[in-house]
Design a protein around this ligand. Structure first.
Ligand SMILES: *Cc1c(COP(=O)(O)O)cnc(C)c1O
Ligand SMILES: [Zn+2]
Length: 404
């Protein structure tokens, strides 16, 4: 593998790979739970050297991986389909619309990409236990990857996590601590745990390889579009790490000279879980006071990667919108009916956001090639859409009783 190290996204200081583990020792040293992380690290590669070694026709993306492939767990993560969504695209005035279906990852969400790389790092370092706080998906992803890798997963989740996600993590053999409190409480508790009792902490953005893991979705989109970047990528946003990861993937491609600009990133948040949206709009950070939403995976009071997310939006000439729970559930049904893709509410929020953009002054032109990130599978939370459908009553098994 080519040389890589870390760079602090706040002060710009560089570090050798083995010199740091989580945050920048300077900028992150005053970190206290309850504020967005400072000193988040970015993995930096030797791009000049990579330019010379990467086969442009058939790039070997493991050269851009921050952990060597011999440490990868034996689980097929990523390489999810990118499907044209023609009917939906026509309806939105965007014939060049694609859906990247990351619900098809082993545990059913894009989080598998982050957990996979952190587990590879744990194997490289000889750490046996990985600890994480999660709204649900990061935990089920970590549990799945740890099961494949023979590692121990210790997970802190709010007791309100959807049942299917709890079932997943328990069945994968994780140790689960359900916390009487919010996701933000679980985040703080898990940090206290690893500080006092050890283990590798996989908290989102806190461990820099969560961002690196998520960037692989951009490298795949580039491949799947035949070696091109789309014009825009629509991303549902909670902590802002998927957004940061998508941005990092395209930045790496830019640094390698494979694309000439990063796509516009479109951040979608739930109305009441909107800290990044307001931060981007107003330039000043404030928590989301009461981040309650049907889209549990994007319910965050204090997004850990708020600073990085806003940077990604600014640097990509991006846009940000918020959407109501009703719009999210409408979009979930619309996505299902027009594409055959059943996405969980947080993932469907991306479509609700794109609908809003297309109705407003910032509408994307009909020539735009747009990728909607479907970040999680609908079967993870079947309670959410139940109010929108009616399960038919049983009829007698005779044709005369069949009224359709
Ligand atoms: C985690 C998650 C998100 C948001 O990702 P962040 O990195 O927290 O912004 C969106 N959709 C799904 C399904 C998720 O699990
Ligand atoms: Zn720093």
């Amino acid at each position: 593998m080519e040389w890589f190290g870390y760079r602090c996204t706040d002060c710009g200081r560089s570090f050798a790979r083995e010199a740091v583990r989580y945050l920048c020792p300077d900028c992150g040293s005053n970190y206290r739970p309850g504020v967005p992380l400072m000193g988040v690290l970015e993995a930096v590669f030797d791009y000049d050297d990579l330019r010379r070694h990467l086969d442009q026709a058939r790039p070997d993306w493991t050269l851009l991986s921050a952990v060597e492939p011999q440490h990868f767990p034996a689980l097929a993560v990523g390489r999810t389909p990118l499907t044209p969504a023609q009917r939906l695209g026509q309806e939105l005035g965007l014939p060049g619309l694609w859906v990247k279906n990351d619900g098809l990852n082993p545990s059913g969400s894009l989080k598998d990409r982050a957990s996979f790389l952190v587990a590879a790092e744990a194997l490289r370092l000889g750490e046996r236990r990985i600890v994480a706080a999660s709204t649900g998906n990061a935990a089920s992803a970590l549990a799945a990857v740890c099961a494949a890798a023979g590692l121990e997963a210790l997970i802190f989740v709010p007791e309100t996590a959807p049942k299917a996600k709890l079932v997943q993590m328990l069945l994968f053999g994780a140790t689960v601590v359900t916390v009487k409190g919010s996701y933000d409480d679980a985040f703080r508790l898990s940090l206290e745990y690893t500080t006092a009792r050890g283990g590798l902490n996989r908290n989102t953005a806190y461990h820099p390889l969560t961002i690196e893991g998520k960037k692989t979705v951009s490298l795949e989109i580039f491949d799947q579009l035949g070696g091109q970047a789309p014009d825009a990528v629509v991303v549902p946003v909670g902590d802002g790490v998927i957004l940061g990861g998508v941005h990092k993937g395209f930045l790496d491609l830019l640094r390698l000279g494979l694309i000439d600009r990063v796509p516009r990133l479109i951040a979608v948040q739930a109305e009441r879980s909107d800290a990044i949206h307001r931060y981007f709009a107003a330039g000043a950070y404030a928590d989301a006071a009461d981040p309650v939403t049907v889209a549990d995976s994007i319910s965050v009071r204090c997004p850990s990667n708020a600073h990085g997310a806003v940077r990604a939006l600014r640097e990509s000439a991006g846009l940000s919108v918020t959407v109501s729970d009703a719009a999210i559930l409408d979009a979930q049904a619309r996505l299902a009916r027009t594409t055959g893709i059943f996405a969980e509410p947080a993932a469907a929020a991306a479509l609700a956001g794109l609908e809003r953009i297309q109705q407003g002054l910032d509408a994307l032109p009909s020539s735009a090639r747009v990728v909607l990130l479907a970040t999680g599978h609908g079967l993870k939370d079947i309670e959410a859409p139940l109010g929108r459908i009616r399960i038919p009553e049983a009829v007698a098994p005779v044709l005369s009783a069949v009224k359709v």
